[in-house]
Design a protein around this ligand. Sequence first.
Ligand SMILES: NC(=O)c1ccc[n+]([C@@H]2O[C@H](COP(=O)([O-])OP(=O)(O)OC[C@H]3O[C@@H](n4cnc5c(N)ncnc54)[C@H](OP(=O)(O)O)[C@@H]3O)[C@@H](O)[C@H]2O)c1
Length: 376
Amino acid sequence: MKKIALMGSTGSVGTQTLDVVRKYPDKLKIFALSANGNIDLLLEQIEEFKPEVVGVFNTQKANELQKKTSLKVLTGKNMLEKIAKMKNYDTFITATVGLTIIKATIQAIQNKKNVAIANKETLVAAGEIVMKEAKKHKVKIMPIDSEHSALFQCLNGETNKSIKSLIVTCSGGALRDYSKEDLKNVSIKDALGHKTWNMGQKITIDSATLMNKAFEVIEAKWLYGINPENIKVVIHPESLIHSMIEYSDNSIIAQISEPDMRLPIQYALSYPERWDEAVKRHNFDRSYTFKKPDLERFPCLGYAWKAMEAGGTMPAVMNAANDAMVARFLAGKCKYLDIARIIKKVMNGHKTIPNPTLDKIEKAIKETTEKVNKLK
Ligand SMILES: NC(=O)c1ccc[n+]([C@@H]2O[C@H](COP(=O)([O-])OP(=O)(O)OC[C@H]3O[C@@H](n4cnc5c(N)ncnc54)[C@H](OP(=O)(O)O)[C@@H]3O)[C@@H](O)[C@H]2O)c1
């Protein structure tokens, strides 16, 4: 029986993780659940999954929940870290948004717990520190993202020496067919209209700008130790091939399945086993098409290589600038094209700090957020 601490249980990845847990009551047990403030759904989850621990980031909401449950509700700034440090669980799942969970992920690793990582920002902002800690504490980092799970499955134990390139596939997002002119007038609704994946709002906007793919490229570098120039992105609108590995003999191995996050989530929890059908069977009734990404229309993708080249605090700064700009866009306070424009400006103005500590990364993030909110 694997005991799970699921952070962000009320979100898109969180609820789909609970679908997997619901399917395997003899193999998986929820130890902890946490959310930001959606206590109605969290209460339903508490009643169904009977965790030992529950956390709510928003203190007012935590107090409200406390009146409705006999469980002690943890809350406040260090709530995720407190859960990460607990003894009685096996796998820490990071399904919260933004930069909320980096410290807690490191705590879970230092606590020698395996980590199933959905939160993108962790490896983008602090990949070097997280991977070093994982190595030091002999902890497995299992990818939950469909692309990284696909790469993991295609790698199948091959050594890095025989890898020529990682090919990360990309649906192209909601705006993939928009012309440069059309992109000037994108509404929030347009950008949220993803055609193949149903996800949280923040990641859906990141998919529309291709910043999500930029994050995945940086994550792939850390997860698989591949040089940035050997990571490629290919647009594949059908989202059936979830990524590929090109080997030294020019053989390419692809992972194919219906687009459904429950497959990578289930595999992250079942590995090295494979359990029964996580998604419906693929019946080869569609074509697979591919295109090169257009960096002129979607410049955020190219920022990944700029950030990796600069290294140090630069990826965290790119991430923080994006976080702030997406929040601004979703609040109706800027235009879609401002997202890429301001991120570029912020990155150009940042002098990267090499080999940063977590404190330095956090400081750079804080300064970037303040700066972005003042920029026009
Ligand atoms: N969705 C996908 O298919 C997908 C795929 C791959 C990777 N990812 C990555 O996985 C992460 C989660 O994405 P998502 O789409 O599931 O997001 P989401 O639907 O917006 O859910 C976010 C979850 O995090 C909780 N949360 C937010 N701030 C928190 C805090 N300070 N402390 C504790 N919990 C907090 C939210 O609680 P409330 O509900 O109470 O607000 C919610 O449970 C992101 O980094 C995303 O990039 C997502």
